[in-house]
Write a protein that binds this ligand. Structure first.
Ligand code: QAP
Ligand code: CO
Length: 167
């Protein structure tokens, strides 16, 4: 189980660098991230969320879809958008609707370095965009307007204070 870093940690605000070595240590890290994601009951986890400033993330959906995206590029987005309530393991306990394209085309590499292209819609398209943002230091709350973002951050801080007191 890896530690998940929380909002306030600067690694979440970095532009991550490309993965160049598709070696055993990458596989070990991916395995540990899947375990961490399962334990945390999440559906997506990006490397910077476990303190690694590299361009990759994993997805694990309720339908059993598990996939890693290394050096991903979003090469196409639909004109159609939709709102969806997002959360983030790095901003635990708060959720807010975010408007994003409904469909994306993503090009990435798998754990062995092999390139693939995927057309995604629904929850998968949503998680891909959320996780991709992490690689550029962007959090879901950055998509909200100033007022909504301030509200969500205050709510997070309030919950976090409570948690600290009760721990
Ligand atoms: C991104 O986020 C996502 O606050 C993945 O207390 C989320 O897995 C994309 C989680 C929703 C689209 C829709 C958050 C678990 C998990 C929490 C997650 C929490 C426990 C977040
Ligand atoms: Co997140």
């Amino acid at each position: 189980m890896l530690d998940i870093v929380r909002i306030g940690d600067e690694v979440l605000r970095e532009k991550c660098s490309a993965v160049t070595e598709f070696d055993e240590s990458l596989n070990i890290l991916l395995d540990a991230m899947y375990e961490t994601l399962e334990e945390a009951e999440g559906i997506g986890l990006a490397a910077p969320q476990v303190g690694v400033d590299k361009r990759f993330f994993i997805v694990s959906l309720p339908d059993g879809t598990k996939k890693e995206f290394i050096n991903p590029e979003i090469t196409g987005t639909s004109v159609e958008t939709n709102p969806y309530e997002e959360g983030c393991l790095s901003v635990p306990g708060v959720y807010h609707d975010v408007v994003r394209p409904s469909k994306v085309i993503v090009k990435a590499q798998d754990a062995s370095g092999k390139e693939f292209t995927l057309k995604a819609s629904g929850l998968l398209a949503r998680v891909i965009q959320h996780e991709y943002d992490h690689l550029d230091g962007v959090l879901f709350i950055d998509h909200l307007d100033e007022t909504e973002r301030a509200k969500v951050v205050r709510e997070y801080e309030k919950k976090n204070r409570k948690n600290k007191r009760h721990n």
